[in-house]
Write a protein that binds this ligand. Structure first.
Ligand code: SF4
Length: 281
């Protein structure tokens, strides 16, 4: 596995302060707050209700009253697939969780969005430490060391493909390096992302493999072997009929029909296939 970002300063003081600040932020709004895909509402006389934001008006939800239930809720998508990235917009629906107090709320949120509340708090306080891509890459070893050679353009396209709100609800705060900001829609959500995550690092490794083969192995049409492989897989899947295209699992970047891989192809392959539609330099 790639090296995961460092956990936020988990001192008891920061944990307690973030817990209280988060509960107060929820209490401030009588309609509740949305954090990621969770709608959090204050309960009377105490405690909080949590549910999927799309279930705000659904009456027959499965009820839980233990914050630890959030661990199971966060684990699988509605289709039963493992969720390697908890900030992906694929949280399952159909449940409601009641917690007793700010402590229970923070515990549940930490299962749903690990470290999200502490990061949210430190960001508001102006104390969240940001680690840019190059610094994170310098720490990688083994098969992930090669991401150190990913070009700036590769990092930019990988971030657009992997981190925008369509596939991750965190607000991307890190940059390529101190002098090279990410040029992308960083997202509108409440959960900050201070450092490339392990899913991103794994995706960056795949993009680096694409970069290397491009130089060596272009065919007469200018396509690389993996680009041809992805196009063939898409045609084959689409020709399968009305069942639609079944995408690969979220972090299976070696698969042609992975959503982030296809988003990357949209950025890098479509301009080759339709040069007349590409923005002029
Ligand atoms: S690095 Fe990208 S994909 Fe990973 S948590 Fe941050 S914004 Fe999301």
């Amino acid at each position: 596995m790639p090296k995961a970002p460092a956990r936020p300063s988990g001192t008891p003081n920061v944990a307690a302060a973030s817990r209280e600040a988060f509960a107060a932020w929820v209490d401030e709004d009588p309609d509740g707050r949305v954090f990621g895909q969770i709608l959090i509402r204050s309960a009377s006389p105490a405690g909080y209700y949590l549910c999927h934001e799309d279930d705000a008006r659904v009456a027959s939800l499965e009820l839980y009253d233990d914050p630890r239930a959030a661990r199971e809720i966060a684990k699988l998508t509605g289709a039963g697939e493992y969720r390697p990235l908890k900030s992906s917009p694929n949280l399952r629906r159909g449940w409601e969780l009641r917690v007793e107090d700010a402590r229970g709320l923070a515990a549940a949120m930490d299962y749903l969005y690990p470290a999200g509340v502490v990061h949210w708090y430190l960001y508001r306080e102006g104390r969240l430490e940001i680690t840019d891509y190059r610094e994170n890459a310098a720490r990688q070893s083994g098969i992930y060391k090669r991401i150190q050679r990913l070009s700036d353009e590769g990092v930019q396209n990988a971030a657009r493909a992997c981190c925008e709100d369509a596939v991750c609800l965190k607000k991307t705060l890190w940059n390529v390096d101190a002098g090279t900001p990410l040029e992308m829609d960083r997202g509108n959500g409440e959960i900050p992302c201070p450092e490339p995550c392990s899913v991103f690092v794994s995706f960056a490794r795949r993009v680096r493999l694409f970069e290397r083969e491009k130089r060596r192995d272009l065919d007469d049409a200018g396509l690389s072997p993996s680009e041809r492989e992805d196009l063939a897989a898409l045609v084959e899947a689409a020709a399968g009929g009305a069942g639609g295209i079944k995408l690969a699992r979220e972090a299976e970047f070696e698969e042609p029909l992975n959503e982030r891989r296809l988003r990357y192809r949209k950025l890098t392959l479509l301009p080759k296939l339709r040069p007349e539609e590409s923005p002029k330099e």
